[in-house]
Design a protein around this ligand. Structure first.
Ligand code: SAM
Length: 200
């Protein structure tokens, strides 16, 4: 049974999915927002970190990174593939991010890559509140949204960048980046939005 909303279909295929995620470079996935990632060491949370491709790349850049991944099998893949002293793996999940919030953590960058559209509308409302609470005063959220058919066995919703920007506005956040691009894995029916949010 899947206990965390949005994680359906991930645990069963964790090794193959991790291989797929690791087949693309951080720089290629995040080419639209690379200029927004701080040069100086920052506190970064990667929510729904998967195999840790991005979390590890950010840790190698010198950032202090927390990789939050609720699917145990993916978290284990990540811990095995990317053991770095400045990369901390935690079992935490949207919409509440209860562990990180309970610890009173604050982050300069919160990344959500291919995660947000796994939440339904109620969860997205709660999730945005949790993200705003974890964001340092000058911090930013960098999020990607997948648009296209739902892969078999997954729980995914059609979530636009515009509705995400509107939701964020209710939490005192506004958009400083919005771009759209083709799929990094060359799937013709998949497109992506990249979104940057920070305090208005
Ligand atoms: C498409 S994968 C992306 C993984 C990674 N961010 C990447 O880009 O390679 C989606 C990830 O979101 C995670 N996820 C699903 N529901 C979640 C939730 N409610 N809270 C946090 N993560 C979730 C899944 O376990 C999975 O690791």
């Amino acid at each position: 049974m899947t206990s965390v909303s949005g994680t359906a279909g991930y645990g069963e295929n964790a090794q193959a999915l991790a291989d797929q995620y690791e087949s693309i470079a951080f720089a290629e996935v995040h080419r639209d927002v690379a200029h927004l990632i701080p040069a100086a060491p920052a506190r970064i949370a990667d929510i729904g970190a998967g195999s840790g491709r991005d979390a590890a790349a950010l840790a190698r850049m010198g950032h202090a990174v927390v990789a939050a991944e609720p699917t145990p099998e993916l978290r284990q893949q990540g811990q095995r593939r990317h053991a770095l002293p400045n990369l901390e793996w935690v079992d935490d999940a949207l919409p509440d991010l209860a562990l990180l919030r309970g610890q009173g953590r604050a982050f300069d960058v919160i990344m959500l890559t291919a995660v947000w559209m796994h939440l339904d509308a109620d969860e997205r409302r709660l999730g945005m509140q949790a993200l705003a609470a974890l964001l340092a005063p000058q911090g930013q959220i960098l999020m990607s949204l997948r648009h296209g058919p739902v892969p078999p066995g997954r729980r995914m919703f059609d979530v636009s960048a515009q509705e995400t920007i509107a939701l964020a506005a209710g939490h005192g956040l506004s958009s400083h980046h919005l771009s759209s691009r083709e799929d990094m894995l060359d799937r013709a029916d998949v497109r992506w939005s990249f979104l940057g949010l920070r305090r208005s």
